[in-house]
Design a protein around this ligand. Structure first.
Ligand code: G3P
Ligand code: CA
Length: 261
């Protein structure tokens, strides 16, 4: 396709460990991130929410109900309350093939703990979740990243343009990805939307099941990277890369490394 870098001329496709290696371990836990790093994911993807007392924790949903033995909204719980939860046992019950005794009692990690555990041994794809519910999240995030000297090891993604603009206000170089979610094929994407995204972000993330080759071509033609989510089959990975994806989010980073070593 004209104007788009061919897979041969690009760097290797980015393997983004979605919520860690969440096919193999409880999502957004240290166990999951450890496995993703051991499988050579280029980034570990971390969903961020804020507790009532202002700590950034790795949690996808706004409540703890789906992934832990607790219930309630993260933003209405203190860090101590979140830390009392078991974030591993539900994974074991739902995934007998990958269940491990050591996952029982796995804790919800703070971003501080994740940075402590991995330092500059990996890169971090940080997703700012529900910014309207988590005011000040970006400021806390950037302060923590700076205090650890990890400015060059992170990228930030969000469904919220406002959240990405806030991150851009702190730094011109941090890679930013605008997340988009489509409910139908073929996902529409206007030139106006693309040039707007290109004015503040470096790339787009979109749900792979609703996009096609033309969509990826348009994103790449706008000079943006394209990171579809979440692709877990090798055939899907091959297709996304053949269409020009810059990398992809997967629960199984080893599969992408097999497909595109
Ligand atoms: O990584 C992109 C993807 O994480 C966005 O969707 O719902 O898994 O956070 P979600
Ligand atoms: Ca995410």
């Amino acid at each position: 396709l004209a104007g788009v870098p061919s897979p041969q001329t690009e760097e290797h496709p980015l393997a983004i460990g979605h919520r860690g290696a969440s096919g193999y371990a409880p999502e957004n836990t240290l166990a999951s991130y450890r496995i993703a790093v051991s499988l050579h994911a280029d980034y570990i993807e971390i969903d961020l929410q804020m507790t009532e007392d202002g700590e950034l924790v790795a949690m996808h949903d706004d409540t703890v109900d789906r992934t832990t033995n607790g219930s309630g909204k993260v933003r209405h719980m203190t860090l101590a309350e979140v830390k009392a939860l078991d974030a591993g046992s539900k994974f074991n019950a739902l995934n007998p093939a990958y269940a491990k005794a050591e996952f029982v009692g796995e804790k919800v990690p703070t971003l501080r703990e994740i940075f402590d555990a991995f330092g500059d041994s990996t890169k971090y794809m940080l997703e700012t979740k529900i910014p309207s519910d988590n005011p000040g999240l970006e400021d806390k995030l950037w302060a923590l990243v700076r205090s650890r000297g990890l400015e060059n090891r992170i990228a930030v993604q969000s469904f919220s343009k406002a959240s990405l603009l806030r991150m851009r206000s702190f730094d011109n170089d941090v890679p930013l990805y605008q997340l988009l979610w489509y409910t139908r094929r073929a996902a529409p994407l206007s030139g106006r939307t693309l040039s707007d995204i290109a004015s503040y972000a470096d790339g787009v993330g979109a749900n792979f099941s609703r996009i096609d080759e033309k969509y990826i071509w348009k994103v790449r033609r706008a000079g943006l990277k394209m990171l579809p989510y979440t692709i877990n089959t090798r055939s899907g990975m091959r297709r996304a890369l053949a269409w020009g994806a810059s990398g992809l989010h997967t629960d199984y980073p080893d599969r992408l490394k097999e497909v595109a070593p």
